[in-house]
Design a protein around this ligand. Structure first.
Ligand SMILES: Cc1ncc(COP(=O)(O)O)c(C=O)c1O
Length: 344
């Protein structure tokens, strides 16, 4: 009997919701961080990988020796690189120059073959170049299997069935809005579908980054890996697939990450900083009713120590001054994070 289904069933784990108070512009808000870094390889993509491999296996069994190829900014790659060897399959990860070196090393250490695409796609990232490479590999090797995280509805579906219910259960009736960073849009589409069905009173807010076309907007430089895309998400085209969208400035998101680390000693990934920045803007604009806001913290900050959290990196990118002044500006608005809410 195939080991694939039991291995995938065991791979699904739950993640905690950390509750904080956030002071900003004279108000104190309640914030929940859904800490996906507690997944087996440290990101929300641990769940997506399970959904995608299940669907691949349902289409045609994943037999030992099968080669799976996927384009990834890193996190889905880490999740697939953990699971595939346990079912005897090989993994070919197509990443790009923005994929953190720590992630590339971890992929190689897990036995994945890593192909680094270095040709910018002209739209602020490398996604279209990565996809071109995957298509070429599949055309040259008809036996290769491609989960296609960008168009395979198994990805949103696993979030509809796991992340969404877990989050609403942990947050309880006080939940008012959920802020979800978008790249493929799978996480948002799935959580939003769960909210529509079971908690229509809760807003699903798409968080995109300046320079990304994932939700809308125009293409440009993007500093934060994991969030944003060089093309619109195919999972978010239906009307009402989410309530509203907020585009954030990546410099401000990095500043928020640094402030959270300073205040509570927790390093989050850059897309989580985007979600928190979006929450502050949105709650000011939409007018908060005092209910709990939850941000999906898609991964942790350790793998970004040499980039988003590094002053040398900021200097190399020419954004050191911008980050410092964003931190100063947010502090001047009274931004401060405190763990005390969880003790109430
Ligand atoms: C750190 C991080 N945040 C957010 C996302 C967005 O998730 P999705 O592709 O489901 O939109 C990703 C996806 O790779 C990610 O790695």
């Amino acid at each position: 009997m195939s080991r694939v289904k039991p291995v995938l069933a065991r791979a699904l784990t739950t993640t905690p919701l950390l509750r904080l108070d956030v002071a900003h512009r004279g108000r104190v808000r309640r914030l929940g961080l859904k800490l996906e870094e507690h997944g087996p390889t440290g990101s929300v993509k641990d769940r997506s990988a399970v959904g995608l491999l299940r669907s691949l296996h349902d289409d045609r069994p994943l037999t030992p020796g099968t080669v799976v190829v996927e384009s990834t900014s890193g996190n889905l790659g880490l999740a697939l690189a953990r699971l595939l060897p346990t079912v005897g399959c090989d993994f070919l990860a197509v990443v790009d120059l923005k994929t953190p070196h720590a992630t590339r090393r971890r992929l190689a250490d897990s036995g994945a073959r890593v192909i680094v695409v270095d040709e910018p796609d002209g739209l602020g990232g490398y996604l279209l170049s990565r996809l071109r490479r995957v298509r070429e590999l599949c055309a040259d090797n008809p036996g290769y299997r491609w989960p296609d995280q960008y168009e395979n509805w198994a990805a949103p579906d696993i979030h509809r069935r796991t992340t969404g219910p877990e989050l609403t259960e942990q947050a309880g009736p006080e939940l008012g809005a959920v802020y979800i960073p978008v790249s493929t849009g799978g996480t948002l589409a799935g959580i939003s579908a769960h909210l529509r069905e079971h908690r229509p009173d809760v807003a699903a807010v798409a968080v995109d980054v300046r320079g990304s076309l994932a939700v809308s907007g125009s293409a440009g430089r993007r500093l934060v890996p994991g969030i944003g895309a060089s093309r619109p998400s195919v999972f978010l085209t239906a009307p009402h697939s989410y309530d509203r969208a907020v585009h954030v400035d990546d410099i401000e998101a990095i500043a928020v990450c640094r402030i959270i680390a300073e205040d509570i000693g927790l390093a989050l990934g850059g897309s989580s900083g985007c979600a928190v920045r979006a929450m502050l803007t949105d709650q000011d604009e939409a007018g908060t009713d005092g209910r709990l806001a939850v941000c999906l913290a898609a991964d942790g900050g350790a793998k970004y120590r040499d980039t988003l959290y590094s002053d040398n990196w900021a200097t190399e990118q020419g954004v050191a001054k911008e980050i410092t002044s964003a931190v100063e500006h947010l502090r001047s608005e009274g931004l401060f994070f405190d763990r005390k809410h969880q003790e109430h």
